[in-house]
Design a protein around this ligand. Structure first.
Ligand SMILES: *Cc1c(COP(=O)(O)O)cnc(C)c1O
Length: 339
């Protein structure tokens, strides 16, 4: 069966680089949504705990429950609580959502500073504080998310300016409505790596921890190392004459006599079909034709084939981003931690 390896040394190396930027391990909130970016929620959460990470960010209640014992603090980005929890905080994504939380729920208020996706409007700030107070919620933090931290456009600075004002206003409102101490956070991976002046209560770091952060060349990325590799096993091999065709649609025709083998990793496992025809592995082995549901063919006889070890590289072949390559990897694939 195809399998995934997780390089513990690379992961710890990345966390050490990140901790230098946040100036403390406990200011890292490791983003573990979507099966820890396809790496395996439990595997990565366990390693993170071993390293000394105390905070995690997930999408759902279900994810939070799975790792509740491993962290001191968990932020849920898009779900509502089933039962009260001391560790789990819930995100307010819309002002109309506030009245749906039960009394005493720990909440964090997301403010839209220019991404125009989730969060309350900036001019709803006081109303949100009032509603949280009326509802008896424990409002612990105000945060925002960047649309363009990894791009060279004006939005990053614009949102930073906006969030600065939100912070000032929130400090005043926190006193008025008794939500002290109030914490603040806005940095994702790209924001952390492009600025040298991190001064918030935590940074929500995903892709950098997995070693696949990409920034335009004008911005700076340090020595991050990809954590995840995918290997596939050979199912069969054949020697083909010039002019024979491989796979669905007979889409690949051999130009010379060659060895072709079929491997147990296809689009049903998360191998994006747009990698068909032109993908070349890190070892320089070419794909032959279309990717099938459970299989893909390559011009080699190798027993075990490294499919990729840097999601940024294969993402270029698929005309996408490393995030999609990683989260496409199905949960059923075995994850093995290399020590
Ligand atoms: C996914 C996510 C992050 C992490 O982003 P990276 O680019 O992977 O560091 C941070 N904050 C929020 C709100 C997110 O949804």
């Amino acid at each position: 069966m195809a399998y995934i390896t997780l390089n513990k040394n690379h992961f710890f190396n990345n966390l050490t680089i990140i901790a230098k930027l946040t100036k403390a391990k406990d200011k890292i909130a490791l983003v573990l949504k979507d099966n820890a970016y396809g790496h395996g929620l439990f595997e990565i959460a366990t390693l993170a705990k071993e390293y000394g990470i105390t905070k995690a960010v997930v999408r759902s209640n279900e994810e939070a429950k799975e790792i509740e014992n491993l962290f001191e603090y968990i932020l849920v980005l898009a779900d509502t609580p089933k039962e009260a929890s001391q560790k789990i905080r819930y995100t307010i994504n819309d002002i109309r959502q506030i009245q749906k939380f039960a009394k005493n729920t720990k909440v964090e208020l997301k403010v839209d500073t220019g991404m125009c996706r989730n969060g309350i409007m900036m001019d709803e700030l006081e109303e949100a504080f009032i509603l949280c107070a009326q509802q008896g919620l424990q409002l612990e933090a105000v945060f925002t998310h960047h649309s363009s931290a990894d791009e060279d456009n004006r939005y990053f600075d614009l949102q930073n300016e906006n969030f600065k004002r939100v912070k000032q206003d929130s400090q005043v409102l926190a006193k008025k409505y008794s939500f002290i101490p109030l914490r603040f956070h806005s940095f994702n991976s790209a924001a952390l790596f492009r600025s040298n002046d991190f001064d918030e209560d935590m940074a929500r770091v995903g892709i950098a921890a997995y070693g696949c952060l990409e920034l335009p060349s004008s911005l700076h990325v340090k020595n991050l190392q990809p954590v995840l590799s995918v290997y596939a096993q050979r199912l069969s091999s054949r020697r083909l004459q010039k002019g024979e065709c491989v796979g669905y649609g007979a889409a690949f025709e051999t130009a010379v006599t060659c060895n072709v083998s079929n491997y147990d990793f296809g689009y049903g496992d998360g191998f994006l079909r747009s990698c068909s025809h032109h993908y070349i592995t890190p070892e320089g082995i070419k794909i032959a034709g279309r990717i099938s549901m459970d299989n893909s063919s390559f011009l080699t006889n190798k027993e075990k084939l490294l499919i990729f070890d840097d999601a940024r590289v294969i993402a270029k072949f698929a005309d996408t981003i490393s995030y999609e390559i990683l989260t496409a990897l199905k949960e059923k694939i075995k994850r093995e931690v290399l020590h």
